[in-house]
Design a binder for this molecule. Structure first.
Ligand code: M6R
Length: 366
């Protein structure tokens, strides 16, 4: 059942080229300029005409929501708020008739997310569910939605669900942006091609596995880790840190790289590995400066870069090269090495990768 892999988590990481392909199947056909989500029809206009979108989720699903905030705001120009379902439900949230909520949940059974959407529904919101498990409670409680089609995710650490969530949310944002006229026809076509190319690029990112195993052997005894990213890669920093915490029990924090100087920089010394997601995008030069700041304090820099990058290679202790794509699709590729790093470190530390202590696959209690 683990398909020859030692753990479900590793199997699921390596399944991603396929799970993303399954997620895109029939939904994107660039040659025909076709992009559609079969499950979102009746209420699509509500989404297209929304004044704002509220995204709800927990854990990794919340991180996927944060990535989606960047994507929706860029492509559809609709303001987005991303909320922890557990906070949203207990603070008398302001929701008006016709507001749109996107609820993200791999399992579709997370108690806080379910309760939050019931609350929003009672106040008149339209709920779109983005779930993996077909027929799950959140899928049933939603007005409409799109399934991930990622296949069962068994490892407690969410991996292929995250990349499929971001893929579905990206498709939604492009559909809405195209309808609203906030993305040009040429960009629309380019994005469809970029979506179709994702599986091959993720496959390439998986080729970093051996290198990451080596890097893991060097940092496996670290007590702390810092993860930095900017823009759409900022939530990826949060996600990388969460993966490391939950399966290897190493304390890790994710930060937007520019926030480092407002506090976390005080933590940096020769004992502190700093994972920087530094792929080529609008803020590339800024992140290069952030790397210099870490180096100046003797922090160890591991950088995820776009293949062919020479500038960061000369500065970082380790560089991990991944293929480039449109900057808002980059999280789907840049997260892969972080999944692998947490996996290998956890294995080397003798941790129970698929069933970390104190955790359950779906959190059905609040
Ligand atoms: O099933 P859900 O997506 O609603 O689960 C949400 C979180 O419990 C989940 O993402 C959790 O944070 C994972 N263990 C992270 O790897």
């Amino acid at each position: 059942e683990k398909g020859g892999y030692e753990h479900f988590m590793l199997k699921e990481i390596f399944e991603q080229p396929k799970s993303i392909k399954d997620c895109l199947r029939g939904r994107v056909i660039s040659e025909q300029a076709h992009l559609a989500l079969g499950g979102i029809r009746q209420y699509l206009n509500k989404l297209v005409n929304a004044d704002r979108i509220i995204i709800l989720g927990c854990g990794t699903s919340w991180h996927a929501g944060l990535v989606a905030e960047y994507i929706f705001e860029e492509f559809a120009r609709i303001p987005v708020e991303v909320e922890y379902a557990s906070e949203f439900r207990y603070r008398n949230p302001i929701i008006k008739e016709g507001d749109v909520v996107i609820a993200i949940s791999q399992s579709g059974e997370t108690a806080d997310t379910l309760a939050a959407i019931e609350l929003a529904k009672a106040k008149g919101a339209i709920i779109f569910g983005v779930c993996n498990v077909v027929g799950s409670s959140i899928a049933r409680a939603s007005h409409e939605g799109a399934y991930l089609h990622a296949g069962p995710e068994i490892g407690v650490a969410s991996t292929k669900a995250f990349t499929a969530q971001v893929t579905v949310l990206t498709m939604m944002a492009i559909i809405v942006g195209h309808r609203r006229g906030t993305i040009k026809e040429s960009l629309f076509h380019q994005l469809l091609v970029d979506l179709e190319n994702l599986p091959v690029k993720v496959e390439k990112a998986l080729k970093t596995n051996e290198q990451i195993k080596y890097i893991s052997s060097i940092f496996k005894d670290a007590r702390n880790f810092l993860y930095l990213g900017r823009g759409a890669n900022f939530p990826v920093a949060l996600e990388g840190a969460l993966k490391l915490k939950e399966i290897s029990y190493i304390h890790a924090e994710g930060y937007p790289a520019a926030e480092m100087k407002h506090g976390p920089i005080a933590l940096i010394d020769e004992e502190m590995p700093v994972m920087v997601i530094a792929t080529k995008d609008q803020t590339y030069e800024k992140i290069v400066s952030n790397i210099q700041e870490v180096r100046a304090r003797k922090g160890k820099v591991i950088a995820i870069v776009t293949e062919g990058d020479k500038q960061i290679e000369a500065m970082a202790d380790f560089v991990i090269e991944v293929p480039g794509t449109h900057e808002f699709l980059m999280p789907i590729i840049s997260v892969v090495p972080l999944q692998l790093l947490s996996y290998h470190i956890a294995v080397m530390r003798g941790c129970n990768v698929d069933q970390p202590r104190n955790l359950a696959k779906s959190v059905t209690v609040e």
